[in-house]
Design a protein around this ligand. Structure first.
Ligand SMILES: [Zn+2]
Length: 325
């Protein structure tokens, strides 16, 4: 077995984790309780456009980037909840296409047939609690029950301090001026619709770590592909034209990381060097460790990770065949 096959062999088999639960008779979901197997995905996201990481409800005329003092610097903050929300939507739309391609019916009809949800699974308020997306990201439906999330996100922070990373009042660029109705030509523009906003500039780096418990190979490659789609869609406020990213995957492992996002910020050093972080993920002499629950974890580094997603259609078929029963 090569490294890649060994990686796959240490993950949960779809067959073993897809089990009917009482939630909807006969429906199959991945059980969240079995957490023996794990996949960790590590990488760096680089802004490809202006990015507004905003978790608060802004003021009416000014929007400020989330910032936090951390490790001797003031940094832009990109919260895990935001990452999860955008990636969950990208994951849903990508798998809807796979479902349509495999079932010869529209995605909402297929949802009704296979997951028992009229109108399809809708994020965030009409979740079906049984589909591939709900079984990974979790969900709560009044009167129906809850599915625990198997995917864990962590907050991340800009490697570069805000004086380099953020265009704000007092910086060379200053705050930007936007129009809240610029994308809707039916709405009238007026002085109320103009506002000022800070933004994270292009070329700023955010390291990230994502952990999937009881992960299948389909979970891992589905996540990787969804991140790429989310990068194109955008993560920020007004995401139609903001918050686009390039994501570089550094490692995918069947163990838990023995390092954190904060360690990754420190590795960049005082010159904010991304190469210093990359060096830690060198396949021949890695400077990072992962810890397995029982067996020695298998870690795949760098370029090989993108190739994994070539198996997405094939892996989805396996899942779908089991669903069809
Ligand atoms: Zn669902």
């Amino acid at each position: 077995m090569n490294n890649f096959e060994m990686f796959k062999s240490q993950l949960s088999d779809i067959k073993d984790v897809l089990e009917p639960i009482s939630l909807e008779k006969g429906k199959k979901v991945v059980k969240a309780s079995m957490v023996k197997k794990v996949a960790t995905i590590v990488g760096i996201k680089t802004t490809a456009s202006r990015f507004l990481p905003v978790s608060h409800e802004g003021y009416s005329t000014d929007t400020f980037v989330d910032k936090v003092d951390l490790l001797d610097s003031n940094r832009a903050e990109f919260i895990g909840r935001k990452l999860k929300g955008i990636e969950r939507r990208a994951h849903m739309s990508m798998f809807r296409e796979l479902l349509e391609a495999n079932s010869d019916m529209a995605w909402d009809e297929a949802f009704k047939k296979y997951f028992g949800k009229e109108g399809g699974c809708i994020i965030p308020d009409g979740l079906c609690l049984t589909c591939w997306n709900c079984s990974l990201f979790g969900g709560l439906e009044a009167g129906k029950g809850a599915v625990f999330s198997r995917i864990r996100y962590f907050d991340t922070y800009s490697i570069e301090p805000t004086e380099l990373a953020v265009a704000m009042e007092g910086s060379d660029e200053g705050m930007a001026i936007g129009n809240t109705v610029s994308e809707d030509l039916n709405k009238k523009r007026g002085s109320d619709s103009y506002h000022q906003y800070e933004y994270v500039k292009a070329g700023i780096h955010f390291p990230f770590i994502t952990i999937i418990e009881n992960s299948t190979f389909l979970d891992v490659i589905g996540y990787i592909k969804a991140v790429k789609i989310a990068d194109q869609h955008g993560y920020g406020k007004y995401s139609a034209n903001h918050g686009k990213f390039d994501t570089e995957f550094l490692a995918v492992s069947t163990g838990y990381p023995r390092f954190s996002v904060l360690d990754m910020l420190e590795w960049a050093g005082p010159d904010y060097s991304i190469d210093k972080i990359r060096t830690k993920f060198n396949a021949t002499s890695p400077g990072v460790e992962f810890e397995g629950n029982s067996s020695e974890p298998v870690t795949v580094f760098g370029g090989e990770i993108d190739q994994m997603t070539e198996n997405l259609i094939q892996e989805f078929k396996k899942y779908f065949d089991i669903l069809k029963g």
